[in-house]
Write a new protein. Structure first.
Lengths: 217, 529
């Protein structure tokens, strides 16, 4: 059992730490390490993208025509706004304005949901046209060989990213719950910061995915 | 901590009942949970190994069919890799001793630590359930295109490995944060025991490489389930891409398996030579060097895969570089023993055995890194012998040495030294009888992984099978020595070996908080003389 004590500032400090600042620094260290693992995981897909792009540039050119860049751009705007409000929510927790922070977190969560809804419309549209991954690819264009491979990459990359958006939304909801319970204060907000870092990484990956998949020429 | 320490209280009796173990956040108890699970997996993987050797005792089919043999071989490999050797030292001995050795009360994230154990158990459960869904016969490498085409339960098994990967990542993440942030006052990086350096380097690999395995396995699942085509030539993909992805993780993973063992040996050599370790800095940084180089050598598994000769030559050269930091360690250990007051207690016997076997394993590794030789020896028993010399002769010998070294600290009891030495005699001897003939078989051209062979290879195979029984006997004796130690309850002193690292300055077994008062460190870890 890991026991915790309450220090002079009212922070909960677990027994393995000497004080709250060591605890916060360690927590942040852990979050950064976790982000490294995320980058490594996505890098596998980016490598696959690079390899197939170099072998079959034509399927990327053909494939991107089926994506609606306006939807992608809209999603980019949505995620970028959410990154701003996420960062602001940390700022407001630091300032002790928890109610304002809560509003910003809620907006961030809403943006995440909006992103997923837009993505849902994109996916259903493609599935309707038979632009589905692998064995289920039924779109008959007859001109570009291996076009299905492009959609394999498209679904793998955006799918894994989508799972991360959902995870991020769950984490934001968790932070909101803790904020509501009054667990964060200007001296204790590591969890908000950590979730913020994760959310920024998820946005950042989309910033790469958008041009790589939608804006091919 | 506020609560007063009760006389006779320790981490084992701090709380009682199975539930307190299954929900524990104490790094020592989690280490013990890993100990028990790894021992169990080792038994299973070992029985499969015995079955393989039994079948190969004579040419032709003896006891099991070729299809079943393929499954047994796959399970032996993947259980030993994913469930025994990878978690073996870091998650068991490392979990128990890393925090104590740097003067901390626990790891940085105790809940993650417990979660990582559950990931291992759940992953293992999922993987083994593949047995009831048609088995798996791809070998532990899951190479495409076979892994896409076979009718066995690849998806189930691969998802199990995926979940076990999280266990490895979380342990690594925890250890890096612990090492950076939780060191006691005065415990600078350059005063950390070498075992901690080794675990730290291992953790870096776990954090950087395992996510790549995760995406590789997910893509394999997507390939089988949806046919996304990444690894399927008929859909425009490339099966060799899978090999690149796989080995980008799995070669560094080999160092996840061996680096902690090198760390254990550093501890043993210093303690039983009763001498300050020679070349502390060199040994410490060579661990980090091995970790760094490990990411640039994966292509040496693929010399005959059709990759370009230039790539092959570069991978070959970098692979030989690994020999440098490894040899630095070995020479420093020998230099430490030189003019030391060597005690040949059982942990030291295992350490010396390690040095012999690991040297053979390492030198044959350099041979295999040479492209011209590798093309000849590729996929023969020479490779099998090579990696068993490194993994069994290296890592398992180190685990055994480490268990005997730290057993008194972990459980507070002494074991029978006679039985411990006897186990070493059987394992060391049996190991060489089993695997040395495989070097010869390999040079004669016997291919690995087959269920049958031509009669010319018969007698060496027979010798090899006899050897496997000696190894089995050795581990059984080891198990008996541990069981007897628990029955005899001969109390262990605080520091039976006169070792100098922090874990020997506290009670055996340690109290729940490890230290009554966090120590202040004033010197290096091996100040003998």
């Amino acid at each position: 059992m890991s026991t915790a004590r309450i220090d002079e500032q009212g922070n909960k400090v677990y027994m393995q730490y000497t004080d709250a600042s060591q605890q916060d620094a360690t927590g942040k260290h852990g979050v950064w390490l976790f982000l490294v693992t995320e980058v490594m995981m996505f890098s596998g897909l980016f490598v696959a993208y690079a390899i197939f792009k170099s072998i079959y540039p034509e399927i990327f050119y053909e494939g991107h025509k089926f994506l609606d860049w306006r939807m992608g751009a809209l999603n980019t705007v949505v995620l970028l706004s959410s990154s701003l409000t996420m960062a602001l929510s940390i700022y407001y927790v630091q300032k002790g304005k928890n109610a304002v922070a809560m509003g910003h977190l809620a907006f961030t969560l809403l943006c995440g949901a909006a992103f997923m809804v837009i993505k849902y419309f994109e996916y259903t549209h493609k599935i309707h046209e038979g632009l589905t991954p692998g064995h289920f690819f039924t779109y008959a264009n007859g001109e570009t060989a291996n076009l299905a491979l492009y959609f394999g990459i498209y679904y793998c990359m955006t799918g894994l990213h989508g799972i991360h958006v959902l995870t991020g939304m769950a984490l934001i909801a968790w932070v909101m719950y803790r904020l509501k319970k009054g667990e964060f204060s200007p001296t204790q907000y590591t969890a908000v910061e950590g979730v913020g870092l994760f959310w920024h990484l998820v946005d950042l990956i989309w910033i790469y995915l958008f041009p790589l998949l939608y804006l091919v020429s | 901590m506020g609560h007063a320490h009760v006389e006779g209280s320790n981490y084992l009796n701090h709380e009682k009942g199975l539930w307190s173990w299954l929900t524990t956040l104490d790094h020592k108890r989690i280490g013990i949970l890993y100990f028990i699970s790894v021992m169990f997996f080792f038994l299973i993987g070992g029985l499969f190994a015995l079955l393989i050797r039994l079948e190969l005792m004579e040419p032709g089919q003896q006891y099991i069919s070729a299809d079943f043999y393929n499954q047994v071989m796959t399970l032996h490999g993947s259980i030993m890799v994913f469930m025994v050797i990878i978690p073996g030292i870091p998650a068991f001995l490392g979990n128990f001793f890393l925090p104590i050795m740097i003067g901390a009360k626990d790891v940085a994230f105790p809940k993650l630590n417990l979660l990582s154990w559950y990931c291992l158990i759940c992953g293992a459960g999922i993987a083994v359930s593949a047995l009831f869904a048609g088995g798996i016969d791809t070998g532990w490498t899951f190479y495409t295109p076979y892994s896409i085409k076979t009718s066995t339960a690849v998806i189930v098994f691969v998802l199990g490995a995926f979940v076990m990967g999280f266990s490895s990542i979380l342990t690594g993440l925890n250890f890096i944060a612990t090492t950076h942030k939780l060191r006691a006052p005065g415990m600078t990086m350059n005063r950390m025991p070498l075992f901690v350096w080794a675990l730290y380097s291992t953790a870096i690999i776990q954090v950087l490489a395992t996510p790549v395995l995760a995406i590789t396995l997910l893509l394999l699942v997507a390939e089988r389930a949806l046919g996304i085509g990444f690894f399927d030539a008929s859909l425009g993909g490339d099966p060799v891409l899978f090999q690149h992805f796989f080995w980008f993780y799995s070669h560094p993973a080999v160092y996840i398996m061996i680096l902690p063992a090198l760390g254990v040996i550093s501890e043993l050599i210093a303690a039983f030579s009763r001498k300050t370790i020679f070349g502390y800095t060199a040994i410490a940084y060579s661990s980090v060097a091995i970790a760094a180089v490990s990411f640039f050598v994966w292509g040496h598994h693929m010399f005959v895969s059709g990759q370009s000769e230039l790539a092959g030559a570069i991978f070959s050269g970098i692979t030989m570089l690994v020999g440098v930091p490894t040899a630095i360690k070995l020479f420093n250990w020998v230099a430490t023993m030189y003019k030391g007051s060597i005690r040949l207690d059982s942990p030291m016997l295992y350490a010396i055995g390690f040095m012999f076997l690991f040297t053979i394993g390492g030198v044959t590794g350099v041979m295999l890194a040479t492209m011209a030789i590798d093309v000849h020896l590729h996929d023969t028993y020479f490779v099998v012998a090579h990696f068993h010399y490194v993994m069994v002769g290296g890592t398992l010998m180190a685990i055994m040495g480490g268990i005997y070294y730290w057993f008194p600290k972990m459980f507070g009891y002494m074991y029978s030294e006679t039985l411990a030495r006897l186990s070493w005699v059987f394992i060391f001897m049996g190991f060489n009888i089993t695997f040395f003939p495989q070097f010869i078989l390999g040079t004669q051209g016997m291919p690995r992984r087959y269920h049958d062979y031509i009669p010319e290879y018969a007698w060496l195979n027979k010798v090899s099978t006899f050897g496997s029984w000696f190894i089995f006997a050795g581990f059984v004796i080891g198990l008996i020595s541990i069981i007897l130690a628990f029955r005899k309850k001969e109390k262990a002193p605080m520091n039976p070996w006169g070792a100098k690292t922090l874990e020997w300055t506290i009670q055996s077994p340690p109290i729940h908080d490890n230290f009554e008062k966090i120590p202040t460190v004033n010197g290096g870890p091996y100040e003998y003389r």
